[in-house]
Design a protein around this ligand. Sequence first.
Ligand code: KG4
Ligand code: ZN
Length: 344
Amino acid sequence: MTTVLGLETSCDETSAAVLQGGAVGARLASCVILSQDVHAVYRGVVPELASRAHLKAIGPVADRALADAGVALDDVDLIAVTAGPGLVGALLVGVSYAKGLAVATGKPLVGVHHLEGHLFGTVLDDPAAEPPFVGLIISGGHTLLLDVPAWGAYRLLGETRDDAVGEAFDKVGALLGLGFPGGPAIEREAARGDPARWRFPRPMLHGGQRPGDPDYLDLSMSGLKTALVLAVRGVDDLAAERPHLARGFQDAVIDVVTQKVLRAVAITGRPRVVLGGGVACNQALRAALASALGARGATLHAPTPRISTDNAAMIARAGLFRAAEAGRPIDAEARLPFPGLERA
Ligand code: KG4
Ligand code: ZN
């Protein structure tokens, strides 16, 4: 049994978690997530403020995760930290803290790719979320569709050509006067919106291929965003129209994402789809994906909201895999870029 202390500071969540893993399965003993709310004022994450907030929080958050788990630092066998991608200053806080701990205690340290972390998150909530599967990571910073035949082997099936899906939610949220982050607010508004009132374009619904590679499944959000800008300009009473605009936008995103996922399943023949990233919190998207996949005999595996958004539990789980894979402790810088990711 390996006790892992996971640390995550890549964006605007300071998080620490303790995970206990053996040959089969892993048990989450604690997970503390401190979300920085300072960014709401600026309607987006301000990197320097994020770094400063991490600096203040990382020590107490790590101590709290250990205390919640009833584990002493001495009993930790492995420290896992997000090494990238993310905001450089924010990452630096977590990596420096982790290195300090590793040097002071003599414990091994492993650097984790943030997106590999998201792939490993879902299995903490749902033991069936094991490869082979199609992985869909949709967050504020990333949109990735991956074929995952086995842990550590990742084939890129498609990504966004412009905005990440969560970023589009955030920008449209701001446009509709809904504050930051936009995703949860848009979902709330959309729930009472009329689906027939606005029909927005579905960018690259059947497109997104790249020259010479007809199976590429790229996404694009920019045309949809423009359509929203134009719609908002033409509206007299934004407050009255807001739920309907939110519904029209969300439905367009859901259609595009669902279509891409169905294509990915058709191309790869994988029986499962594993979802990760903050946008995975969206219940309407989850319901649409689950039903479309169910109709084709495939299953959707989505994490709880706590594990969808950035957290250290997923980093600890991916770190456990990486350390076992390497057969020895590996250095924080050694694992980038995305280990095993290739476009075959
Ligand atoms: O994974 P995450 O916590 O941070 C990044 O790595 O980006 O994802 C945050 C993103 C934000 O863009 C937020 O608007 C979006 O996830 N999000 C949602 C929902 N909850 C969070 N988007 C749509 N519907 C939601 N319910
Ligand atoms: Zn993330």
